[in-house]
Design a protein around this ligand. Sequence first.
Ligand SMILES: [Zn+2]
Length: 45
Amino acid sequence: MKPPKKKEKCANCEGKGLIKLGDRKVKCARCGGTGFKPASATPKH
Ligand SMILES: [Zn+2]
């Protein structure tokens, strides 16, 4: 049996969902601020 879903940390923001930009933080564009990698990198039809 496989585990249902394993969430992987976003390497871009290290799972925080935010990126430090100077003295402020912005939402990570790669994961969209979730801190985790998107479920599927390639959208399937
Ligand atoms: Zn991210």
